[in-house]
Design a protein. Structure first.
Length: 213
């Protein structure tokens, strides 16, 4: 008859054996089937073709299900998985076009969104420049202020050029007023169909001169 001590030793040995066997099996599996690949066939979601049909004008057949897709991030080159759930959400909740695909990893998507968000302050920059130019018009023109107005007249933003013209009107003086008149004189003919900077400048100059009277 076996003693309790013997029995415990046997149970312990058996457990160790099983753990070793399991570890060996996992090792083999890891080598043969990288985790990312054998996860794919398991990850799928049924597609709702009715919803897809509502939002997709396409001749290509609509999918019956979504399976996880592997893709390489366009920005950082990371290997990523677009899960079946994410695809279902993209196509059926966000109504992404059925031909659209994930191209960036989450980190790069966030970084890109942040870049786009902070690129928008072009609008704030314009606002800042406009305010600054208006403030210059309230004081006597310094050489610095004059050169800022000249720079503003060359700006890619027409609205800033218009403020530069208004500033020249507020400053007055022979040279500035002569330039405003020159803008007016350069107003192109062509009625409403013509829209260009010369016409905008002429109208801005006229309104700046009218305000002076
Ligand atoms: Zn990335």
């Amino acid at each position: 008859m076996k003693s309790n001590k013997q029995r415990r030793a046997e149970i312990k040995a058996h457990r160790l054996e099983r753990a070793a066997a399991l570890a060996a099996r996992l090792r083999v599996q890891d080598v043969r089937l990288p985790q990312i690949e054998w996860a794919h066939p398991l990850d799928w979601e049924p597609a709702d073709r009715l919803v897809l049909g509502l939002y997709n004008n396409t001749y290509s057949p609509l999918p019956a299900f979504y399976a996880a897709r592997q893709f390489t991030c366009r920005d950082c080159g990371a290997e990523e998985v677009w899960t079946a759930k994410q695809q279902k959400w993209w196509y059926e909740t966000m109504h992404g076009h059925i031909d659209s695909r994930a191209v960036r990893c989450l980190a790069c998507r966030r970084a890109r969104r942040e870049r786009l968000r902070t690129a928008a302050p072009g609008a704030n920059l314009l606002l800042e420049k406009t305010d600054r130019l208006r403030a210059l018009g309230a004081a006597k023109p310094s050489a610095q202020a004059k050169s800022e107005v000249e720079a503003a007249l060359q700006s890619k933003w027409w609205s800033l050029r218009v403020v530069a013209i208004q500033t020249m009107g507020r400053w007055g003086g022979e040279a500035n007023l002569a330039r405003l008149h020159a803008f007016m004189a350069a107003r192109p003919e062509g009625g409403r169909r013509y829209f260009g900077w010369e016409r905008v400048a002429a109208d801005a100059a006229r309104s700046a001169l009218t305000r002076r009277e």
